[in-house]
Design a protein. Structure first.
Lengths: 376, 296
């Protein structure tokens, strides 16, 4: 029954203009979008730091790339966390998965001479397995995903440390950098794009150059491209595809979804696999960027991702939220983290700010959802 | 009537859960274009019966025939594929999702191909609006959340969805129980419409006043067994009510009510006497109200 010509169109029962519909203004429509709060927050934070950090270099091209890169790294995992949360589940094992994936890339490449692409594929395969196990455990046991993935938070972290110590005797593995050049797969996770554009801009005097005559910003870091790409993909999936509808349905009311023929279990397993994938993408970018892997990488990232998603307007109980919101949440996160650094405020206060922002976001979201549920 | 094949038929169906006999020896025929009302008090086995019909449970004994052919459903999905749509009390709706998203949940119409396959929102919105208009509910904006609809409207979305997706047998679990009079009448009108469209409707309720106007036949359940099926011509509303609630209980209730009424009347009378004594004017401004006195 999915073809469009399955039913004949019926007579239009209502006149096109219904007197009970008042023209809903764009503003009112926007109020019903989950990401509105995050957008308002982003504008607020942006304007605050434009004033507070004027003259410090935060909003020079280099500074902008700086905080965008912080936002991008978080945004990559936040996108996946957003889809999962809309689907009604949590994944607390994202951070540990980042640590484990980094180890799985670095050790085979550095210690055993694997080509980097093979090591990256190994990491992705393991991520798929972890996501599959997470999803199946949640589905089969009916336990809250909070508990299941909390278990995996420790299991994966322990595995990362254990494997690393067992095979190398250390918890840090360096020297990945030497393997990057010429590896087609690693190229996807390293370096910058649009370097030509920036060189051209510098040549035309539109961008400052350093002492060597190179542009101060040599290109857009690949993490930002991944972030924007994943956000666009997730938004398209949520808004335009049947699978997106299933995600909303699974999170909104799993029982109702199942009774309507939605494969709720398959949806949830795939979402857990996607969060593990996103953690691995994060790990790839980080390992290529720093040239090393460390077993403690990614700590607390799962919570930061959840903060970004919630600031972005998603409901903790599922069924409501957006990927664009999560991206805005990550942007706020990046701006605040770097902004505090630039404005010279003691960075100790960053976490206070983060916690307050989370609470405000949740309160605002609850209020907005109540509004949305009232007849417009 | 006897020459027609029932759309769905149960033959001596029993369902046991361990030592509990939830249904015993139920037989029932429902024809296309008819409404069969399933009546029974709490615990009579109505829920077990519809869950058996919709594939949630499998009968322990007996058989079911769909359009004359034996049918056995392993899960609700099989029953759905066979054209048996059940609207459970929870309606299988997600309040936070839009009407259109709910209407097409699990069966989204798509356009495009391959990785570009996407939901045809224009078509979906139009169909949702039209299907709702058919049953007399004018949806202002199909993208509004289902949570903003009233209970009766939600019920109608659920039924409209079942009908739109080609149900031959429509099972409605207490569709009017939580509704006000006006909303219930909307749902009842829609049930009548579904019947006119040739569906076999099984309407579960314990409200005879809702059941009687739309029903063609009644099956009465009591304590897991059937008290029999009756055509509407054969029984009156009072008889159905009597059978359903157990005549004795209703009679004793009647007696009790009569007792209250007598007390009421006596009180009214004494009050009226007191009122009339001081002055005649006050009593004339307060006309006697027979409606309250009779206590309907």
């Amino acid at each position: 029954m999915s073809s469009t010509e399955s039913k004949q169109p019926v007579t239009p029962a209502t006149a096109p203009q219904d007197e009970r519909i008042q023209r809903v203004s764009l503003w009112k429509r926007a109020l019903n979008r989950p990401e509105l709060g995050a957008l308002a927050g982003a504008v607020l934070v942006l304007s605050f730091f434009i004033v507070a950090s004027s003259g410090t270099g935060m909003f020079t091209p280099a500074g902008i790339i700086n905080f965008l890169e912080v936002a991008a790294q978080l945004g990559i995992i936040a996108t996946a966390a957003a889809l999962l949360m809309i689907g009604g589940e949590f994944d607390l094992s994202i951070g540990s998965m980042i640590g484990l994936a980094g180890i799985l890339i670095a050790i085979p490449a550095v210690e055993y001479g694997w080509p980097l692409w093979a090591a990256i594929l190994l990491a992705f395969s393991c991520a798929a397995l972890v996501g599959w196990i997470n999803g199946n455990l949640v589905n089969k046991t009916g336990l809250p995903s909070f508990i299941v993935t909390l278990g995996f938070l420790f299991i994966l972290r322990g595995l990362a440390i254990g494997i690393s110590r067992l095979l190398t005797g250390r918890t840090q593995v360096g020297g990945v950098q030497a393997h990057i050049p010429g590896d087609w797969f690693a190229a996807l996770f390293s370096g910058e794009v649009a370097t030509g554009l920036f060189t051209w801009m510098a040549a035309n005097g539109w961008m400052a150059t350093n002492f060597a005559g190179n542009p101060v910003v040599s290109g857009i870091p690949v993490s930002i491209v991944w972030w924007l790409g994943l956000t666009a993909l997730a938004t398209w999936v949520l808004l335009c595809t049947p699978y997106g509808n299933w995600i909303f349905a699974s999170g909104g009311d799993a029982n109702a979804a199942r009774n309507s023929g939605v494969p709720v279990h398959r949806v949830k397993i795939s979402l857990f696999m996607f969060t593990a994938f996103s953690a691995t993408i994060f790990a790839c970018i980080q390992v290529m960027d720093t040239g090393s892997a460390d077993t403690i990488r990614g700590m607390l990232k799962e919570l930061e991702a959840i903060i970004a998603v919630v600031i972005g307007g998603a409901l903790l109980t599922g069924g409501y939220g957006s990927a664009i919101g999560a991206a805005l949440g990550a942007l706020i996160f990046g701006m605040v983290q770097m902004g505090i650094f630039y404005t010279g405020v003691n960075t100790d206060w960053f976490q206070v700010f983060l916690g307050v922002m989370l609470l405000v976001a949740v309160l605002f979201n609850n209020y907005m959802r109540k509004k949305a549920m009232e007849a417009k | 009537m006897t020459t027609r094949t029932p759309m769905i038929e149960m033959r001596s169906v029993s369902k046991h859960f361990g030592s509990v006999i939830a249904l015993s020896d139920i037989s029932m025929q429902v024809y296309s274009g008819e409404v069969m009302c399933l009546l029974g008090d709490n615990g009579a086995g109505k829920s077990t019966l519809i869950k058996t019909l919709s594939g949630v449970h499998q009968p322990t004994l007996g058989e079911m025939l769909l359009d004359g052919k034996p049918a056995r459903f392993k899960s609700p999905a099989y029953a759905l594929d066979a054209g048996i749509a059940t609207v459970f009390q929870d309606l299988a709706m997600v309040p936070l999702m839009s009407i259109t998203r709910n209407f097409f949940m699990g069966r989204e119409p798509t356009v495009g191909w391959g990785p570009l396959k996407r939901i045809d929102w224009k078509y979906a919105d139009r169909v949702a609006k039209e299907e709702m208009a058919k049953i007399g509910i004018d949806v202002r904006d199909p993208s509004q959340p289902v949570g903003t609809l009233s209970g009766g409207e939600r019920q109608c979305v659920a039924i409209a969805r079942a009908v739109y997706f080609g149900a031959k047998v429509l099972i409605l679990d207490e569709p009017t129980s939580a509704l006000g009079v006006k909303q219930a009448s909307v749902v009842l009108r829609y049930i009548a419409k579904a019947r006119a469209d040739g569906l076999a409707v099984i309407f579960i309720t314990h409200n005879v006043h809702h059941a009687y106007p739309v029903a063609d036949a009644f099956t009465l359940l009591s304590r897991g067994g059937s008290l029999g099926s009756f055509r509407k011509e054969e029984v009156s509303r009072e008889e159905v009510l009597n059978m359903m609630a157990g005549g004795a209980e209703l009679e004793s209730l009647d007696a009790e009510l009569a007792e209250f009424q007598r007390g009421d009347k006596a009180k009214k009378a004494s009050l009226a006497e007191q009122d009339t004594q001081p002055s005649n004017e006050t009593s004339s401004t307060e006309p006697p109200s027979p409606r309250t006195a009779s206590g309907y």
